[in-house]
Design a protein around this ligand. Structure first.
Ligand SMILES: [Zn+2]
Length: 377
């Protein structure tokens, strides 16, 4: 990872670059900041900058063998400690070293912007909480006491350091107090309260703020190709948290998809366009079960909202303008003679999809029945 891949945070980047150029890299640093601010990407870019033999005034070179290994998170002088838990594969005594393949894949996939909950989901630890055990500290100690492979710095990144157990933290503390030569510890944490005071007092604090809203907005446009307005809206509600911003964009795109698809479907039903309803269902078949269920669920919400419209409660319907307009036009077709049947039809379709029913048949059936139901006065 290079500094140019890190969103915003120019002041911090400057400070980190300066420390290398002035030969003032402190041996233990604590990157403390809120979720989605880019602490791990900054630490990775910093580590690469420290190790790259061809660094420039602003960044690592990105092409030398060292940079290439760093980009794959596979440099022999780069060590990670991350929270882990037992999984289907590792049934007891979890520790970071056992999950390095997964970790590299996970971080690379997400360009370094990650949080613990998505990491636990990635590992499939079910409802367990991850932690760093004393085995992690012992293994790190062993690795750091060996000579560095390439003769330069060894770097240990401890991601989400607040997940260290007390015995782990105490063992690490000894390492921080008597660090092996040419070793840099980069501790990353979100919750400073949870960290042992002694750990905090042994590390130089690098406070990472939330990302500037304007930087989030431009990154959404550049990286995800969002239209400006959408990028602006997502950036503002993200509060400078890149993970949130991405989540909002995805959510609004999904909703838009369900809205336009459901609208198209209902229009075919109003027109009793049977051949087109069959084509529609054939397309739906390719969506995958989760999306099919969500589409039916979206329909159920429109039906429920219709009740509110019909009872003069339109103001409590929370929908974007275009969806609200559609819903208000749809509402008059939902009445006491068909309400229960429409709701049951959609509900039943969800259950059939869940039981691996044939989506094309299910959606065709719902469409055909809906034609009759919507005509009922
Ligand atoms: Zn390089």
């Amino acid at each position: 990872m290079q500094f140019k891949d890190v969103i915003g945070q120019s002041a911090i980047k400057q400070r980190l670059i300066q420390s290398v150029r002035e030969n003032h890299v402190s041996h233990a640093q604590l990157f403390l900041g809120p979720a989605g601010s880019g602490k791990l990407p900054l630490a990775l870019a910093y580590a690469q900058y420290i190790l790259c033999p061809n660094r420039t005034e602003t960044d690592s070179c990105g092409v030398c063998p060292t940079c290439q290994k760093m980009q794959k998170l596979a440099h022999p002088d780069l060590h990670f400690v991350v929270p882990t838990a037992t999984t289907k594969r590792i049934k007891s005594n979890p520790e970071s070293d056992l999950f390095m393949e997964e970790w590299r894949e996970f971080v690379t996939q997400n360009q370094g912007y990650v949080d613990t909950s998505s990491w636990y989901t990635f590992l499939d630890v079910e409802n367990k909480q991850g932690y760093m055990s004393v085995r992690d500290a012992a293994s790190l100690l062993r690795k750091l006491n060996m000579k560095s492979y390439e003769g330069e710095y060894k770097i240990a990144i401890i991601w989400m350091a607040e997940k260290m157990r007390v015995d782990t933290a105490n063992k690490l503390l000894k390492l921080l107090e008597e660090p092996p030569e040419k070793t840099v510890f980069l501790l990353i944490a979100e919750d400073g309260e949870e960290l042992l005071a002694t750990i905090k007092s042994r590390t130089a604090l690098v406070k990472i703020p939330a990302i500037d809203i304007n930087e989030v907005q431009s990154a959404l446009v550049e990286r995800l190709g969002c239209p400006t307005q959408q990028a602006h809206d997502a950036a503002v509600i993200s509060e400078g948290n890149w993970l949130n911003a991405c989540h909002f964009v995805k959510e609004s795109e999904d909703r838009k998809f369900f809205f336009t698809t459901f609208q198209q479907w209902m229009r075919l039903c109003f027109r009793a366009a049977y051949p087109e309803l069959i084509d529609f269902s054939a397309n739906i078949k390719t969506l995958g079960r989760e999306k099919q269920k969500e589409l039916l669920d979206y329909g159920l919400r429109i039906v429920r909202n219709s009740l509110l419209f019909n009872n003069n409660l339109a103001e409590i319907v929370m929908l974007p303008d275009d969806e609200k307009t559609f819903n208000s036009k749809f509402a008059p077709f939902v009445n006491p003679t068909n309400l229960t049947e429409i709701a049951e039809l959609l509900d039943e379709a969800i259950r059939h999809i869940e039981r691996n029913g044939n989506a094309q048949i299910i959606f065709t059936d719902v469409g055909f029945k809906m034609v009759g139901l919507l005509k009922r006065k």
